[in-house]
Design a protein around this ligand. Structure first.
Ligand SMILES: [Zn+2]
Length: 308
């Protein structure tokens, strides 16, 4: 097996190179920035930053029947779609890190005449699938792509910034691509969630694909580097108690791709089962409560580019 090249990094939020070790999980070394307190992986294996890793992951995870069924079910992006619709009513939409295209597919299906959708990603096999579903995709690095003056009413990053070596560059590019008054949607896992507080390093989403571990305050700090952005919404969303139960009982090893996809599918199945409606209502109540306390699984920000 070839040896991985590792890259040592500066803080993805403030670019400081001062850090202290936080903890080690198998090959993963998490550190905390001494200046802004952001938690991030340092060093990082090079294959995680080029798309090569995700090409290898495509078949066991992104294109597994379980993950596809879960992603393409109408409940998968329910929260994201509701929030999106609240702010952006029409226009060209770019989904960065679109993977198999499920978000854009749902958006187009729900509002066929309102949006002109494009996805961009570097993972070939996932994009093949997106195209088969009729989603227009660009097979290029977002940072390298020349959009030739094209602008967007909205750019979305659903669970993307945590995967990036340099999230700042992605936000800077987004500033230049949004029309004045346009919106940028950012969702990332919450490093101060109830799940992380209960499970610590045992939490399954502390794993090699995630390079950055944001909290509400470090994500805001990242965004504040761009004065063109105004935060118009900040919240915390999603709650999966099954993950907490499973990881609590687990041994703190990385959870296999197949196993993660299988649980996502099962959870989606529960959400669609009418017999579980009372349980779902109770869970929605807990999620709302955790959201209010910023303890839910993800953090969401909606940013508006100033100047109409
Ligand atoms: Zn920092």
């Amino acid at each position: 097996m070839k040896r991985e090249i590792v890259i040592s990094r500066a803080c993805p939020v403030c670019e400081s190179t001062d850090f202290t070790g936080l903890f080690q999980k198998q090959v993963l070394q998490l550190v905390r920035c001494a200046d802004c307190r952001t938690v991030y992986v340092n060093p990082v294996e090079e294959s995680l930053t080029t798309g090569e890793f995700y090409d290898r992951l495509a078949t066991p995870f992104y294109l597994s029947p379980a993950k596809l069924e879960s992603d393409y079910s109408p409940v998968r992006f329910q929260r994201e779609l509701k929030l999106f619709r609240r702010f952006c009513r029409s226009g060209p939409v770019l989904d960065v890190g679109c993977s198999t295209g499920a978000f854009l597919f749902q958006l187009k299906t729900m509002f066929p005449t309102d949006y002109d959708v494009t996805g961009v990603d570097v993972v070939g096999p996932a994009l093949d699938y997106a195209e088969k579903q009729g989603v227009h995709v660009l097979r290029e690095s977002y940072l390298k792509k020349d959009f030739q003056g094209r602008t967007f009413a909205a750019v979305t990053f659903w669970a993307v910034l945590e995967h990036l070596l340099n999230p700042r560059a992605f936000l800077a590019k987004t500033v230049s691509l949004l029309s004045p008054g346009g919106f940028c949607f950012v969702l990332v896992p919450n490093f101060q969630s109830l799940a992380v507080r209960l499970l610590g390093a045992k939490y399954r989403y502390i794993f090699p694909q995630h390079l950055n571990y944001f909290t509400g305050s470090t994500l805001k700090r990242l965004v504040e580097a761009y004065p063109e952005f105004q935060i118009v919404y900040a919240g915390s969303t999603h709650f999966n108690p099954i993950v907490i139960l499973q990881d609590f009982r687990g041994r703190g090893q990385f959870v296999s791709d197949e196993e993660r996809a299988e649980l996502l599918k099962r959870t989606t199945g529960y959400k669609q089962n009418p017999l579980l409606k009372p349980f779902k209502l109770a869970l929605a109540g807990v999620e709302a409560l955790l959201g209010g306390l910023n303890l839910a699984d993800n953090i969401v920000l909606v940013l508006q580019k100033t100047g109409r």
